[in-house]
Design a protein around this ligand. Structure first.
Ligand code: S3P
Length: 172
């Protein structure tokens, strides 16, 4: 798998709470590749947390920074790269990922996402009166686009190890 990857990155896409960072970290360790979390890189580049970027500069500025950071990171493969939930919605980013990586959509049901995002309530997009409805609306908008990913793996309510093994099976 490492040999077939060459300089390409494995790029995890999907909703907040799908497990991109946790599964991605395990996958990288298993394959002996670096793990990079685009959200962390955006925060480092901006010197601010994501909620601070949203609050200070707005979502459009965040999306622009996100696109640029991912473009830069894709030059560093091979690696496992976890992207923020909205990153793959950008057409330019999708095109770059298709060139420089293998995209893996971690697909999860609303129930699984809700359970997970409740544990880490630091997503500005979910600071709404009805986060469940917001998630449902985002799913309707995003799933047809995530479906363009090269590989789809179901992020079940199962140990992350099991999901990681599913990814490896799909990639092999
Ligand atoms: C977002 C997801 C977040 C982060 C930002 C916006 C989104 O990343 O990039 O809060 O639009 O879905 P995670 O998917 O890692 O939570």
């Amino acid at each position: 798998l490492r040999a077939r990857l060459g300089k390409r990155s494995i790029v995890l896409v999907g909703m907040m709470g799908a497990g991109k960072s946790t599964v991605g970290r395990r996958l990288a360790a298993r394959l002996g590749l670096p793990f990079v979390d685009a959200d962390n890189e955006i925060e480092a580049a901006a010197g601010m947390t994501i909620p601070e970027i949203f609050a200070t500069h707005g979502e459009a500025a965040f999306r622009d920074g996100e696109r640029r950071v991912i473009e830069r990171l894709l030059g560093n493969g091979p690696q496992v790269l976890a992207t923020g939930g909205g990153a793959y919605m950008n057409a330019e980013t999708r095109a770059r990922i298709a060139e420089a990586g293998i995209s893996v959509w971690l697909k999860a049901d609303l129930d699984v996402l809700l359970k997970r995002v409740r544990k880490r309530p630091n997503r500005p997009l979910l600071q709404t009166p009805d986060p469940e409805k917001t998630l449902r609306d985002l799913i309707a908008l995003r799933y047809p686009v995530y479906a363009e990913a090269a590989i789809t793996v179901i992020s079940r309510d199962a140990p992350h190890e099991a999901v990681m093994e599913d990814i490896i099976r799909h990639l092999s």
